[in-house]
Write a new protein. Structure first.
Length: 292
């Protein structure tokens, strides 16, 4: 997963922006916080990410809701000093404070900061490791469930064997017959499982084939619908709506300026708008099949 994904996915940012991940900040740099308080000022955050305060303001304005959820807020300097018992020398009337989690989220939102890119890389590595650990735990859980089911079945079989053994000790011949029957049942079960797997594989192949056939039929239906358009008089040019359709098809190919000369040459036209209506369907198919 590329680190740029965090720039686009608010849900992934919400998942990764948690307190235990704020230790990553200490791995990429030194975040200066206010004395006796676990808050950084806007100046501290801009310095940490090596950006201007105006650039930081742009990020804050676009993602204010996310940052406020992390504890970011702007309050009067006087109120901050009183509520946090912190002596600061700022003469500004208000102060923006960032808890460590809000500072971490800034790293997920800054596009060009090298420090932010490094933070996103660390976070995605953590996410990948957690995914692998979760998968490993799921595998262990599944194995444990399988072993439990197998043990239960073995216990049941053991109980049956004990009950049978009391009877089978009286008759060795019956024991041999029972053993042969059990072996035959095991072979039948293996044969049934093998056949089920073979049929499942065939069903998957048929499903894939049917899917491809449906796609091909859809393409053929589109081509037939264009080819079955009524043939008009030779001198009747295409309508404005049809011109718009052709322009849209040419634009889809990415370079209409290069397409129209080839289009006019192919259809022997001085201007592509002079295309006869009877050849409109053919022109659409030609544009759809055009490749640079």
């Amino acid at each position: 997963m590329e680190e740029i994904v965090l720039l686009e996915s608010a849900s992934l940012r919400k998942k990764l922006c948690i307190d235990k991940h704020t230790d990553i900040l200490d791995q990429v740099g030194e975040l200066i916080t206010l004395p006796e308080a676990a808050y950084a000022t806007k100046e501290n955050v801009a310095l940490f990410y090596e950006i201007s305060e105006s650039g930081l303001d742009n990020v804050i304005s676009r993602h204010k809701d996310e940052l406020e959820a992390d504890g970011y807020k702007v309050m009067s300097t006087k109120e901050f000093k009183k509520s946090h018992n912190v002596a600061i020398s700022s003469k500004a009337r208000s102060i923006a404070i960032f808890p460590r989690r809000a500072v971490l989220r800034i790293g997920m939102l800054l596009r060009d900061s090298p420090v932010a890119k490094q933070i996103r890389t660390y976070l995605l590595n953590v996410e990948q490791e957690q995914g692998l650990n979760a998968q490993y735990q799921n595998n262990l859980t599944q194995m444990a469930e399988n072993l439990t089911a197998h043990s239960t079945q073995l216990a049941k079989n053991a109980q049956q064997l004990v009950a049978h053994s009391l009877q089978l000790t009286k008759n060795a011949q019956e024991l041999e017959v029972s053993a042969q029957n059990a072996l035959q049942q095991d072979r039948m079960l293996v044969a049934v499982i093998t056949e089920m797997n073979r049929q499942r594989s065939r069903i998957d192949e048929v499903s894939t084939t049917v899917h491809h056939i449906k796609e091909d039929m859809h393409k053929f239906d589109r081509r037939i619908s264009f080819l079955e358009q009524p043939v008009l008089g030779r001198d009747e040019f295409i309508t404005k709506e049809q011109i718009d359709v052709l322009r849209g098809k040419a634009k889809e190919k990415g370079n209409p300026t290069a397409i129209w000369p080839k289009f006019k040459k192919h259809f022997d036209l001085s201007r592509y708008v002079h295309l006869p209506q009877r050849r409109f369907g053919e022109a659409v198919l030609w544009l759809e099949g055009y490749s640079c």
